[in-house]
Design a protein around this ligand. Sequence first.
Ligand code: ATP
Ligand code: MG
Length: 382
Amino acid sequence: MQFPKIGILGGGQLGKMLVLDGARLDLPLYILDQEISFPAGRVNRLFMEGDFTEYGDVLAFGREMDIITIEIEKVNIDALFELESMGKIVHPNPRALEIIRDKGKQKQFFVNQGLPTSSFSLVENLQEWEAAAARDNRPYPVVQKLRSGGYDGRGVSILHSPEAIKSKWLSGPSVMEELVDIHKEIAVIAARNAQGQVLTYEPVEMVFDPEANLVDMLFCPAAISEQHKKEAADIAAKLIKSLDICGLLAVEFFIDATGTLLINEVAPRPHNSGHHTIESCATSQFQQHLRGILNWPLGDVTNLHPAAMVNLLGEPGYQGPVYYQGIEKVLEIPQAYIHLYGKEETKPSRKMGHITVLGNSAQEAIGKAKSIQERIKVISIT
Ligand SMILES: Nc1ncnc2c1ncn2[C@@H]1O[C@H](COP(=O)(O)OP(=O)(O)OP(=O)(O)O)[C@@H](O)[C@H]1O
Ligand SMILES: [Mg+2]
């Protein structure tokens, strides 16, 4: 079989894990990113150095491909539209990407689809928010999110009072969301191919580090009701269809204190909340994304083992060449799978790797994951 050439925009850890999975089938996967020393470049010779935010670079790269996909949303969309009009297959489609990479358009899309999400308004700047807040007596705290460019919690600010707002305001057009009284955060990954086949993975539960404002640990299966599981899977399936996405769509949800399920946000690509699938599911999310964009039959999404996953984040206070302190102690733990992304420099809260651990129950896996977190630290020793 002659496989189509697949171009991936982005050479970070998600790109690396896509090429590692694709290599088993010897798929021709090409990467576009700035430096071959980035995570995906370390394992893939088919690497073009260039800027995925630049029209010319994306076009020149995409012209040589049959299928173009992404591992990051912040790519040049005009070039993707152009490539599509040239007859190239682009997944996710650029119309969906345009909606998703703007958190304001995302929220409006959920509302237009009649799907549950927290209430919000859109503002261009601080002055506009202050005027609206005074006029309509808007409640505090309020969650400010930059409409574009934020990631790993960096574009999110919780503003507790009109006084705090000046020091914590992030500059740029924003979504102003009601602060949800979060009981749990869960995520569901949906997969789809062009024939219209849709499958959803078992929901995972995410535990947040409030300081870093990103996921500390997640586990699967989530400790939630069957009703919540079904509702979340139905919403994820509905979203991937209505956005006409092939490949993956990860959907993050809140369950609030009253038990209401609310969509937080979506991502049209492999996702941090699906890393455990490499070891714990019949088909990994990376394999599934490739099947989806190739219009191949989707793989079995059965969860074979309870699992927990911890992100290896750069320890606060350290910046420089990375050193994984205590890694030998993690290697002693049965069924712990260490993934290091190959980023040369650590920075506070930077995602440097992850570890998935399997157990006979989610509780056992969580216990092992906690012990892993105590054993390993990502630091710099220079
Ligand atoms: N409306 C809200 N109410 C309460 N907490 C919120 C709200 N929105 C976001 N948060 C908290 O902030 C976290 C990060 O928000 P969000 O997922 O929108 O940002 P992000 O930068 O895209 O994050 P990531 O890249 O890690 O997914 C959420 O997971 C949640 O813990
Ligand atoms: Mg998020």
